[in-house]
Design a protein around this ligand. Structure first.
Ligand SMILES: [Zn+2]
Length: 388
């Protein structure tokens, strides 16, 4: 009996040690330094008095300054410039949630969507669980249409904070049914398994094939739900990337805004899986995910330059992984992860277009909400509904 107890004690100690050791291991990776040449993106200038009509908010989930720095080095070395690096205005945003210096995507996206701090896991509700209106809800009766894009399920925390009001981000079926009742007119991402498909098709053109993002039917539809995977989008050439979905969304939203003489549109597009690769402490995959995000930013910058009435804001909900960039060994850069969770490191807020000049200095993530509404003069817009 004594022997058995001793054996149990020894195995328990070994397991405890292994768990403890794993939590404290700092994963080191070597990433090749790239040799691409910078593609200079044309930048237009806008005078401070010009107001934008349209808003594009691009969120890199888990994308801190070092995710950007490593992606820059991996593309073309220390002197290379990504698209995000070429955005003219840059500020810092604090990301803490209502009662914790640690934020999750739900609380941080709620801060941007509604202007309030809430508890982690909560979506567009106060810490007391009362619903708070989101940007798409606030401007849908002021002549605006709204769209959402994500490489996660469209019911995942970040996109959900723009339309769902619920005390848990994990109730994805409930969140999906709230999307169908919301003023969001275009949703592109994953999450097929969470939807009541019959109900979804009553009000939406449902598309599940990336080729349908080009079709006539897509452009003619008054409301579109594009679900390209059961849950998060499995990355492959047969599935749309953030770039393709965001491009399709901008085409669709511009067309509808012009056809219906809307005041403008709001688009939120998330690079969701930069966070997932960072949780996995997988720098090589993170860089691949970031590339899609940066190509999306480059395309959106060209849209702003051509369109002149659109304000682009790029930010993150939080940093993930505590990524550190340490040293160079031959043609490799040594990086090390500090955690498998999120950190409280401030994130960048980048802005380009009319109204971009105010996005500088140290701000709070809730400020982004008010700065967006101020940019489009939301409080002065007359009530009007912009539908087909
Ligand atoms: Zn995360």
């Amino acid at each position: 009996m004594k022997k058995l107890l001793f054996l149990i004690f020894v195995s328990f100690s070994i397991i405890t040690y292994l768990i403890f050791f794993n939590q404290n291991s700092l994963k080191v990776e070597y990433i090749p330094i790239g040799n691409q040449k910078t593609k200079n993106i044309p930048i237009a200038s806008f005078d401070a008095a010009t107001k934008p009509k349209n808003i594009i908010l691009i969120i890199g989930d888990g994308t801190g300054f070092n995710q950007i720095t490593l992606s820059r080095i991996a593309a073309g070395g220390a002197d290379y410039r990504l698209a995000i690096d070429q955005i003219p205005f840059l500020g810092n945003s604090l990301t803490h949630s209502y009662d914790n210096i640690y934020t999750d995507s739900a609380a941080s996206a709620t801060a941007m969507a509604t202007g309030i701090k809430t508890k982690n896991k909560f979506l567009a509700v106060t810490p007391e669980k009362e619903a708070v209106p989101t940007i798409p809800e606030m401007i849908s009766n002021k002549g605006y249409i709204s769209g959402l894009v994500a490489t996660s399920s469209i019911t995942h925390a970040t996109p959900a904070a723009f339309y769902a009001h619920i005390d848990s981000r994990y109730k994805e079926k409930e969140i999906a049914s709230q999307l169908l009742e919301s003023p969001i007119q275009l949703s592109l991402g994953g999450g097929l398994e969470f939807f009541d498909i019959v109900k979804a098709q009553e009000s939406n053109l449902l598309i599940t094939d990336m080729n349908d993002l080009d079709g006539d039917e897509f452009l003619k539809a008054n409301q579109v739900l594009g679900l390209f995977d059961e849950d998060g989008i499995n990355r492959s050439s047969s599935k749309p990337a953030q770039l393709q979905m965001t491009k399709a969304a901008l085409n669709w939203l511009s067309l509808k805004t012009n056809l219906n003489s809307c005041n403008g549109f709001f688009l939120m597009s998330e690079g969701s899986q930069i966070d997932w690769a960072s949780h996995d402490n997988d720098a090589a995959t993170m860089v691949v995910e970031f590339k899609d995000f940066d190509q999306t930013i480059a395309m959106a910058m060209d849209f702003v330059t051509a369109n002149k009435e659109t304000l682009l804001i790029v930010t993150a909900d939080h940093e993930t992984g505590g990524l550190q960039i340490l040293s160079q060994k031959d043609d490799m850069v040594k990086v090390q992860w500090g955690t498998g969770s999120h950190t409280s490191i401030p994130v960048g807020v980048y802005a380009y277009g009319p109204g971009a000049h105010v996005f500088t200095g140290l701000i709070d993530n809730t400020d982004i909400h008010y700065m967006i509404l101020d940019a489009i003069n939301a409080s002065d817009l007359k009530p009007s509904v912009c539908t087909n």
